[in-house]
Structure formats: C-alpha cells, structure tokens
Design a protein around this ligand. Structure first.
Ligand code: CUA
Length: 317
C-alpha cells in the first residue's frame, strides 16, 4: 500500500472500525433524509405561496395531537442514537483485559513508542494482528493527538496526564498515523505508520532487533539507582520512611488529608514528580521531588516496575 494515498474512506482495519462506520453512516443517512426533506419543503412552499399565487393564506394551527406526535415520534430515534453511540463509545474506551501494553511518549514532533518487550521505535509502530493493543500515552510538551484513521481511533495525548486508547488490528498492512492536534510548526509532519504483522512475523521482528530491557527491568534499575528502595522498604512498617510500594498499584490509598485516592498511573506519576501533593497518611512529606530530574520515559519505567511489585506479591501468596 502506498502511504501517500489519500482515502476518503480509509480501510477498516480494526475490530471497532465496522462499528464506528455503521454509526457514522447511519447518522449521515439520517442527516441526508431530513436535510432533503426540509430543503424540498422550503422550495415547495416558496413556489406555492409566491406573491402572485392566489392561495388561502390563513395561518395554519396544528391540532394538539399533531403537536404531540411530532414531539413523541423523534424521541425513540434520538434516544436510539444516544444508546448506540454510548455503546460504541464504551467499546472504544475500555481496553479488553490482557491487552498488550505499549507506551507512547509524544513530543514536538515525533512519536516515541515502546513495546512490552522494551523494544523502542520512533514514528513507526509494529503490532501483531488479532491481538488487543493498549497504548498508555503522555506528552513531553504540548497537546498532541494519536490518530490512526484505518483503526477509527483517535486519542489526545496530554502533557502531565496519561491517556489511553486501544485497538485490535484485523488486517496485515501499513496504515497512516497522524498527529491530529495542532502542535506547532511541524505538526503536519508529525506523521508515521502502524505496521500490522502476522503474530509469528511480529515475534520474529521483535527477536531481530537489538536486545532491549523490558520497562519493568529498566524501572527496577532506575529504582535502585535513585535509591527509592532506601525509604520504600518492601515490607513497609516502622523502619520505613516511605510507604511500601508492594501491591500498591490500582489500590485505594488514604492521604494525610483523609481523602482516598486510587493509586493509578496518574497518581503514581504525580507522587514521583511532585511527592508533596498527595502524602500517604502516617508519613512525612520528606520525599524529594523528581520533577525535572527524570523524563517521561523514566517515569513510565518506574511505574511499570511499581506495578510489577504488586503482581509479584500476589503471585507469592
Ligand atoms: Cu503533534 Cu500535532
């Protein structure tokens, strides 16, 4: 496939693409039906009631039931569209369990992508066919938007906050990747491609690259290098100057303010970069701030490692 081709209607290359298209074409069809109807009536009345025509011009007063019927009749149609769209939206927003997790760090003007195995790519993403892929995304600078038309998938990539999206490719091939949010001079050149491969070819491709550390392993090294382990003892307790991080990810945490928060990726990121913002109940705000000390990729590695600590403890039980 020639990547310079322009598609009015891009190929349907993901599991959600037919669902999105069905809704889209239904909305277009309804719009056409009512636009044509209204335009035709305008034209008809303009001719029929033109100034020279001798017609009855007494104002028309609809009956009560006529009014009720044109309020009630469109209701199921509109509610139907709402329910249908909400259903598609939920599908788009909820990655299936067991999806492969990739990370995306956007910056002016490139996409930095990392595979679960640790392999890195820039502006090109290789993925296996028939496998749900979840993208955990953040920007290093301004707002970008990760857009793959063939997958009917578009998600803003924000500075300071993780956003997610997912897809499952259904066709082998090369598909356009665009930045869909104006992000500065070279926005229009912040493009790339997604290359969908058969699962065994993908494995072969992964094996063919230079050996790389998984985010968990890289995160563990960084954790030790930054001496996080000197305060965050695995067992927590009296001697620990910071709370234990084992089995923390995804769990509720009580703060010194009494508020409860969930230790999701955004919370973990904030606690690494601006630790004084949300201090865990029972601890002092003594952790240094790592803002400006480590980059987004390193924060992602630390989070991957912290998440794996939970998994390790669970497995030992
Ligand atoms: Cu990045 Cu536009």
């Amino acid at each position: 496939m020639n990547t310079s081709e322009f598609y009015f209607h891009p190929p349907q290359a993901s599991t959600v693409a037919p669902e999105v298209d069905a809704l889209y074409f239904f909305l277009v069809a309804i719009t056409i039906v009512f636009s044509v109807l209204v335009a035709a009536l305008i034209l008809y009345f303009a001719i029929r009631y033109r100034r020279s025509a001798k017609v009855d011009r007494t104002p028309f007063h609809p009956s009560f039931w006529m009014e009720v019927s044109w309020l009630i009749l469109p209701l199921p149609l509109l509610l139907g569209i709402f329910v249908w769209s909400a259903d598609v939206y939920f599908t788009l927003q909820r990655p299936p369990a067991g999806a492969m997790e990739f990370s995306v760090v956007a910056k002016q003007w490139m996409w930095k992508l990392q595979h679960p195995s640790g392999r890195r790519e820039i502006d090109t993403l290789h993925v296996p066919k028939g496998q749900p892929v979840r993208l955990n995304m953040i920007s290093q600078d301004v707002i970008h938007s990760f857009y793959v038309p063939a997958f009917r998938m578009k998600q803003d990539v924000l500075p300071g906050r993780y956003t997610q999206c997912w897809f499952e490719a259904t066709q082998v091939g090369e598909f356009h990747l665009f930045c869909a949010e104006y992000c500065g001079t070279n926005h229009s050149r912040m493009i790339g491609k997604v290359i969908v491969m058969e699962p065994d070819e993908y494995q072969a491709w992964l094996a063919g690259g230079s050996p790389s550390e998984s985010p968990v392993v890289a995160g563990q090294k960084l954790f030790e290098q930054l001496r996080c382990d000197s305060c965050h003892l695995p067992q927590g307790g009296e001697q620990s100057r910071g709370p234990s991080l084992a089995n923390l990810a995804g769990k509720p945490v009580t703060l010194t303010t009494g508020d409860q928060v969930t230790a999701d990726d955004n919370y973990l990121r904030e606690s690494i970069l601006r630790s004084a913002n949300k201090v865990v109940a029972g601890y002092q705000p003594i952790m240094p701030s790592y803002e400006g000390q480590i980059g987004e990729e390193q924060v992602l590695q630390l989070i991957a490692y912290i998440r794996s600590m939970g998994a390790a403890t669970e497995a030992q039980k």
